[in-house]
Each structure stands twice: as structure tokens, then as C-alpha cells.
Write a protein that binds this ligand. Structure first.
Ligand SMILES: Nc1ncnc2c1ncn2[C@@H]1O[C@H](COP(=O)(O)OP(=O)(O)O)[C@@H](O)[C@H]1O
Ligand SMILES: [Mg+2]
Length: 481
């Protein structure tokens, strides 16, 4: 899973946990408040019931039934939530009631309810919704002389509870929704903030790893990632300095090797020609070997020097009006004997009258020579090689197509890199090349603002292409034509 998603998911999970925690906290605190409201209500109702008992006792002691009847009326009048009030004597005879017509009737059940002295009985009625009864004994001299009952309506209280609950849930849903949204939004931004520099870093590191030592990783934050990017940049800079030093060193050494090698080859050729006295056949064979190897070494040195020039940008491209068809025909003619040695048919397929371009003849010959000799090298005997030219509107496209061993797909991307040789091919050829040929081809073509590419099928053959834009003549050359 990529870092961005990992960050995003963990932050979202964290937000979810926090939101769930806050919601739980709100539910619990709201429930505590509700419980307190209910308890308070109960307490005040019990207080009311106790007062009633007190008056009942007074009315019994004073033998004044009217006192309790009036008190019942009063209490009822002042408390809208009371459904009814009842007071019975020990035989269950109703002595006072909010419904006057009930007075004188009997309610035996109420008389028989068990309640201890000093306590009360609170009861709900499943068969009558939304009511709460409270019963208290009326005690005189340690004896229960009667019982009071008050029935409260629960409608108001229930509504209050329901409303409070509703409000709480709405509030929780609102808070959760908003914080969830904010959290998600934040997590997306945070995930991006965290993962983008890392993505940049890994991209930059990969680019440096690919040899692009000019890469600069652009992370300006002052945190650890910014520091790491800085380290990478200075590492790339140092590598670049080392690389330049190394190139200069190689170039100097090869340059210094060139003249003594030239002298050695000169002397050997001199000997071979018999200018320094007769030599026998054995000596001649040995000298030929020396000459061939000196030639190979010379080519190698030449390639390294050319590549160094291309890399440092100091390759001399002398642009002049150039007939590419002519270069193709000429190079094919020169290289034909090499193809003949392997009974390979080498053909040039160039249209008449292709447009001339401004290019460097010598370099373009070199490009074709490299490509065709590669094809000869990697094509088995009796194969076929075709060099073609296509005159497009804005460019010429030149291709060298062979029926050779082909380039494995995994090598296609790096075949034009210096020193890159296909492993399977190395064992195949008699004399190993330098692996610089295609890099030089690419350098020269790119110095002409063109492109190189290859299409290949294993054991079927390869086609190497390069394009040469027709373009307009560079300003500095205009007056020379
Ligand atoms: N026509 C071709 N067919 C198959 N493989 C090729 C062909 N041309 C080049 N290659 C592969 O590309 C590698 C690099 O080529 P090049 O840079 O010219 O180096 P060299 O010829 O010195 O090995 C070769 O070693 C070979 O593996
Ligand atoms: Mg080559």
C-alpha cells in the first residue's frame, strides 16, 4: 500500500476513535443530567406526599374530615401533573378523593398494600401508561390508620426526557459529522503533506541512481525530510564532481595512450612490410596479431575519447548540406565485405531525391557504421540487413533492420546507455566490443536534434531507428550557403 493511503487511513481511524470517544462522553454526561432531573422530581413528589400524610394525621387527630378534603383539592389545584389523590382508612373506606363522588366508596387493595413505617411505595402501572403512583402509610401512635395515594402524570416528564434525548442525539450527530468531515479533510491534506516530500525524495533518489547527477530534489521544509533532501542534493553534487573528475582523468589517460599506441602500430606495420629486414612466416603471423590488437585498442581508445567529448558537450558537429542517401550508399559499400564474410545480404533502400539536411557527414557515417556493424555482429550467417531511409515532412527517418538475435525486452530501455551489453550476446561474439557504440550513436543523433529508438523481437531481428529533423539552417551558417 502506498504511503499516502497508509497515512490517510491511520489518521482517519484516529479521527473516528476521537469522534466516537467524544460522542460516548456526551451520551454519558447527558444521561447523568437526565437521571438527576428524574431524581429531583421524585424527591419533590415524595415531599408533597409526606405533607399530605401530615395533614391526614392532623385531620384524624382533630377529627376534621373537611381539612383533608380541602387539602386534597388544594394540592390538586396547584399541581397540574397530579391525576388524582386518594386517602383511605384502615378498612379501605375512601375518606378523601379528588373526585368527590368517590368519597365513601371502598378501595380495599389500597388498604392492604404493604408499606413499612417511615418508607413509601412508588409504582408504575403497566396497564395505565404514563402514570406514577406513590403510596404512604398514615401512622398514629405506631399504628397504621390509613393510606394515601397520589397518582402523577408522567406525560410532562417523559416529554422532557424525550426532548432532551432528541436534542442530545442531534447535537452528537452534528458534532460527529462536522468533526468527521474536518478530520477526513485534514487527513487527506496531512497525508499529502507527509507523503508528497517522500514521493519527491524517492523519485529524486531513483533519478540520481539512474545516473542523472544534475537532479535537484526540491523540498524546502526545515524538517527531517528537508534535511534528507539537502543531503541527497549535496551527495549528487559531489558525485557529479567526482564523475567529471573521472571523465577528465579517463580522457587524459586515453589521450596519453593514443600517441605511443600509434607509434607502436606504426613500427609493427613497418616491420610487417619488411622495411627492417626479412621476417619469416611465424614472425609475420605474430606481428599481424600485434597489429590487429593494436588496432582494436586504438578503436577502444577512440570510442572512449569520442564518448567523453559527447558527454562533456564538446563534440564538434560541423553542419553542412548533407545528402543522407549518399552517406547510406557509401557506408553500405564500404562495410559490404564484412557482411560478405558471413554471407549476409546487406542492402540499402533509399528513395531518389530525398531532401538534404544540415548535418555532420563524418559523424553520420559513424552512426551508420556503428549500427550496421552491430547488425552484422549480431546476425547469424546468411542473414539479411536492410538500411532504409524515409523522407517525412519534417524529418528523415533512417533504419537499420536485421534478421539477427534480437534484443531482450528487459534490455531495450538501457541499450543506448554506455557500456550496456546484453549478457547473452557477450558470449556469442568472438571479439567483445566496448559497449560504447550505441551511446555514441545516441550522442551524435541528439547533437543533430534527432532521436534514436529500437524495435526488436528475440531471434527474429532488430530494427534500429534514428531521426534527423530537417529544421532550418542555423543562423551562423545561413551566409555560407
Ligand atoms: N543489431 C543488434 N542486434 C542485437 N543486439 C544488438 C544489436 N545492436 C546492439 N546490440 C546489443 O547492444 C549492445 C550494445 O551495443 P554497442 O553499444 O554497439 O556495444 P558493442 O557493439 O561494443 O557491444 C551490444 O553488446 C548488443 O548486446
Ligand atoms: Mg557496437
Amino acid at each position: 500500500m502506498i504511503l499516502k493511503y497508509k497515512f490517510g487511513i491511520s489518521i482517519t481511524v484516529m479521527v473516528l476513535i476521537v469522534v466516537a470517544g467524544v460522542s460516548l462522553f456526551l451520551v454519558i454526561s447527558e444521561r447523568t443530567i437526565l437521571n438527576k432531573i428524574i431524581k429531583d422530581k421524585e424527591a419533590s413528589r415524595i415531599e408533597l406526599a409526606k405533607n399530605l400524610v401530615h395533614v391526614c394525621r392532623e385531620s384524624i387527630i382533630g377529627n376534621d374530615q373537611l381539612l383533608i378534603i380541602n387539602q386534597v383539592k388544594n394540592i390538586r389545584k396547584n399541581n397540574r401533573e397530579i391525576v388524582h389523590i386518594i386517602y383511605v382508612d384502615r378498612d379501605g373506606k375512601i375518606l378523601a378523593h379528588t373526585e368527590p363522588k368517590m368519597i365513601g366508596d371502598f378501595d380495599n387493595k389500597l388498604a392492604e398494600i404493604k408499606i413499612d413505617e417511615g418508607s413509601y411505595l412508588g409504582a408504575t402501572h403497566p396497564e395505565i401508561e404514563n402514570v406514577w403512583d406513590i403510596f404512604l402509610p398514615v401512622m398514629i401512635g405506631g399504628e397504621r390508620t390509613g393510606t394515601t395515594g397520589i397518582r402523577f402524570s408522567q406525560v410532562g416528564l417523559n416529554r422532557l426526557i424525550e426532548n432532551t434525548k432528541q436534542q442530545t442525539y442531534t447535537r452528537i450527530a452534528g458534532i460527529s459529522g462536522v468533526s468527521l468531515l474536518l478530520g477526513l479533510f485534514g487527513s487527506v491534506i496531512l497525508a499529502g503533506m507527509m507523503s508528497n516530500p517522500i514521493k519527491k525524495l524517492s523519485k529524486g533518489a531513483a533519478s540520481i541512481g539512474d545516473g542523472n547527477l544534475d537532479t535537484v530534489i526540491d523540498i524546502r521544509s526545515r524538517d527531517e525530510l528537508g534535511k534528507l533532501a539537502g543531503e541527497f542534493n549535496s551527495m549528487a553534487k559531489k558525485l557529479k564532481e567526482l564523475d567529471t573528475m573521472k571523465d577528465a582523468f579517463v580522457s587524459n589517460i586515453t589521450h596519453d595512450l593514443k600517441s605511443p599506441l600509434g607509434a607502436m602500430k606504426g613500427y609493427v606495420d613497418f616491420l610487417l612490410k619488411g622495411r627492417m629486414g626479412n621476417i619469416n612466416d611465424k614472425q609475420k603471423d605474430a606481428l599481424i596479431r600485434v597489429s590487429e590488437n593494436a588496432e582494436r585498442l586504438g578503436n577502444f581508445i577512440g570510442d572512449i575519447l569520442d564518448y567523453a567529448k559527447i558527454k562533456s558537450g564538446s563534440i564538434d558537429i560541423v553542419r553542412e548540406k548533407t545528402d543522407v542517401s549518399e552517406i547510406i550508399r557509401e557506408t553500405v559499400r564500404l562495410i559490404e565485405p564484412l557482411a560478405d564474410n558471413k554471407s549476409i545480404i546487406l542492402k540499402a533502400k533509399v528513395p531518389d531525391g530525398a531532401e538534404e539536411i544540415f548535418g555532420d557527414k563524418k559523424s553520420l557515417e559513424r552512426v551508420l557504421h556503428n549500427l550496421i556493424s552491430n547488425s552484422i555482429k549480431f546476425t547469424p550467417e546468411k542473414g539479411r540487413i536492410t538500411v532504409s531511409l524515409e523522407d517525412k515532412r519534417k524529418e528523415l527517418i533512417i533504419s537499420v533492420s536485421d534478421t539477427g538475435v534480437g534484443v531482450p525486452p528487459e534490455d531495450i530501455g538501457s541499450i543506448f546507455d554506455r557500456f550496456h551489453q546484453v549478457q547473452e550476446h557477450v558470449k556469442m561474439v568472438k571479439t567483445r566490443g566496448t559497449g560504447l557504440g550505441l551511446a555514441i550513436v545516441k550522442g551524435i543523433v541528439e547533437a543533430h536534434d534527432g532521436k534514436v529508438w529500437v524495435e526488436s523481437k528475440i531471434n527474429k531481428g532488430s530494427t534500429f531507428f534514428f531521426s534527423l529533423p530537417k529544421g532550418s539552417l542555423p543562423a551562423e551558417l545561413k551566409d555560407k550557403v
